[in-house]
Design a protein around this ligand. Sequence first.
Ligand code: GAP
Length: 503
Amino acid sequence: MDLDKITSFCKRTGIIFPNSEIYSGLSGFWDYGPVGVQMKRNMTDLWWKEFVENREDVIGIDGSIITNPDVWKASGHLESFSDPLMDCKKCKKRFRADHLIEDELDVSTEGKSVDKLNELISNEGLKCPRCGGNFTDVKDFNLMFETNIGPVKSDNSKAYLRPETAQLIFTNFKLAMETSRQKLPFGIAQMGKAFRNEVSPRNFVFRTREFGQMEIEYFTHPDKRDNCPYMTDDIREYEVNILTAEDQKEDKEHKKITIGQAIDSGFMETEWLAYWLYQHYRWFVDLGVDENNLRLREHREDEMAHYARSCFDIDYRFPFGWKEVYGNADRGDFDLRRHIESSGEKLGVYDQEMEERIVPHVVSEPSQGIERSLLVFIMDSYTEEENRTYLKLHPKIAPVKCRIFPLMTKDGLDTKAREIFERLKEDIHVEYEDRGSIGKRYARADEIGVPYCITVDYDTLEDDTVTIRDRDSTDQIRVCIDDLNEVLVELIEGQVEFSEANK
Ligand code: GAP
């Protein structure tokens, strides 16, 4: 599917707008319109409800975007959070080396070092696509966004916008644990903005300079890294698409195996990591994403982040290839130890049984991009049929759950429709609409993924029933007004089939 088509569809329907378009925009920044903001909010609320509110072992925090720069020194971001760049010696155009290699040579550069990229460029004789010139050596360029605090600009006033939400979890670890009276194992979640000075933002909202993350750091006792009490037979038997590091070496495709097989064969090293990978893979599937477009990909040794013992991504099959929407690393005690060494604070936990202070391990770090996830839901549900284009969104992600139309704006039909709107809005997000023909109103609702539309007609005035139309099948059923709230809630929650909803 064409990404330009999706970009203009999103603009036309009020989902995503180019940022500051009236001033020619700003590369790597996007704004969310009236429809997109609601979809994004629904999606993030679902994530927070499932992984924080509904769990006794996960708590949330909301750290600030700017923090003491020592945090970024300790985490290693100031030193090594970078992208590989090179310039054309002839026309002076600057390129992101890994992206250009992928585009021009069609080979994956995931995790390749600067030396390896230089080697590839020279072996393959890669030239500037603009003028045919040779390149300078590839060099690393730091992605941290700098800012200044206070009225005087100096080295001491320098600060950074956070490039990930995760570090704020580590700096708040002790206070969050103590104030919530949590015991190991437990997780701390955070959701919010992150900023990266990406050299070549691209692919619509896939790679941007400002984006959202939903992250959890899950802490365990270092000796209990492998005992996940939530692992069940059902989870072990669940099948996922998986691309192992071994299979990548041989250029193989992903295969279908169960979570249990992945643990038993040893490449998913801990039950905890497997458990959290399952939880998030399943989250996408339960919200309607086609499993054929999802896979777990194990990181190869040569691409593993310096802090990671093991790492898997959830990839989605985008029109521009399989790409990461979520990463999950076993970070061990890397971060807490770095912050203990740097700050001098005791961030360890006292183990009553062993009578010793231990540094917990992050056995799993689910880290999911908000906009990338939204793009997955949009792309996966985008449907073109002969006479309509619509988003087949899961009702829980849909920006509006139901629209209410009076057949005409006369004879009391509009008054009745407004009454129904007032009643329904107590339970679900509904909108009232009376402009244009009913056909046009259906088409506008379908386009943004509204799953159900209600029409108030002359029969309504006689028997207090209305028509509900299902977006995907376009089937219609007649339902009593008194039952409407309950029926719609059941439909949205997936508790009843549409054809059975009025029985
Ligand atoms: N704390 C770990 C971490 O930040 P990451 O793989 O760098 O890991 C996690 O980022 C997720 O954040 C990615 O899977 C992706 O969904 C999202 N993300 C990262 N960089 C992004 C960018 N430039 N634009 C949009 N989303 C991005």
